[in-house]
Design a protein. Structure first.
Length: 308
């Protein structure tokens, strides 16, 4: 692909973080991966990414959250996403990425995956690669299971490794309170801990293949926050609390503050509490902040990755 470079051109893309409203984890396979059935919801914490031309591939990261643990080399999903786009069309120029993070790092909210989704969209636009939405989703799935959902946004059911997506019908919006933790949890470590706990206790998967509880989908269709709160579940929560026992206290604190329900999001350590409405969420967040927790009132669903 011939180079068409406008050194002044800069593409700005925004991608959302996500919550796992439901996460059913199957047994570990021979390849070390787990089949899952998940319900994702994109929420109003965002990653902003700017892409521009450069002589090589470079990345800088700032944020409203602690970004000290974000790798700036080829371990970074956004850099890998940028390379994936250029290599797929044979474009030989360089790319500079600038990321401003609003999603907690290693918090179970898919911030790195959102960065990758933003980079796919931004670089595709910057170099006029012409990749379709389906092609971007295919590239994203090779980078990580959560990347396709960050592209899609809204609310969706994920199966397989979580990257086989089907939009979930829903009504209205939901108010959440997030309690974040400055010290992240490693997703592979959380999965590994769940596998070990399942070997020593009678908590093995109850079905051959994971599936989403129909009660979750009914609650989303009706927009009923109380019904959704009764149905949310995350198999990884047991392992996350085992690794970080203080999460149990956070869950108790949110419920004591009046939340309709709560769970660890993804691999943690972010804890999400469902509220009846925005005012209820603000009250819960204020109560938890008074107890010393870092809390955020957010809403979902929100749109997926988009150019601004």
């Amino acid at each position: 692909m011939s180079l068409s470079i406008d050194p002044a051109r800069r593409v700005h893309v925004r991608a959302p973080g996500k919550l796992n409203l439901f996460f059913d984890v199957g047994a570990v396979g021979d390849d070390g991966y787990h089949e899952v059935a998940s319900v994702y919801q994109a929420v109003s914490l965002f990653e902003d990414l700017w892409a521009s031309h450069d002589e090589g591939f470079h990345l800088t990261v700032t944020g409203d959250v602690d970004v000290s643990g974000v790798p700036l080399d080829e371990r970074n999903l956004a850099l890998r996403a940028a390379r994936a786009v250029t290599e797929s069309v044979g474009w030989e120029g360089g790319i500079r990425l600038q990321i401003h993070k609003g999603v907690p790092v290693a918090g179970g909210m898919g911030g790195g995956s959102a960065d990758a989704a933003a980079a796919l969209v931004a670089v595709n636009e910057l170099i006029d690669a012409g990749l379709s939405t389906a092609e971007l989703h295919a590239l994203g799935a090779r980078l990580g299971a959560d990347v396709p959902f960050a592209l899609l946004g809204g609310t969706a059911v994920g199966t397989g490794r979580g990257d086989e997506l089907a939009p979930a019908l829903g009504r209205g919006r939901f108010a959440w309170v997030l309690v974040t933790d400055g010290d992240g949890l490693s997703t592979p470590e959380v999965y590994g801990t769940l596998d070990r706990l399942r070997e020593t206790a009678d908590i093995r998967p109850g079905r051959l293949m994971p599936e989403v509880d129909p009660a979750v989908l009914r609650a989303l269709r009706s927009g009923d926050a109380a019904a959704l709160a009764a149905a949310i579940r995350n198999d990884l929560q047991l392992a996350a609390v085992h690794l970080r026992p203080a999460l149990a206290d956070v869950l108790d604190a949110g419920l004591a503050a009046g939340a309709l329900g709560g769970l660890v999001s993804g691999s943690g350590p972010t804890v999400a509490f469902l509220a009846a409405d925005d005012a209820h969420a603000d009250g819960i967040a204020a109560h938890l902040a008074e107890q010393g927790h870092t809390s955020h009132a957010v809403t979902g669903p929100v749109a997926g990755t988009r150019i601004l």
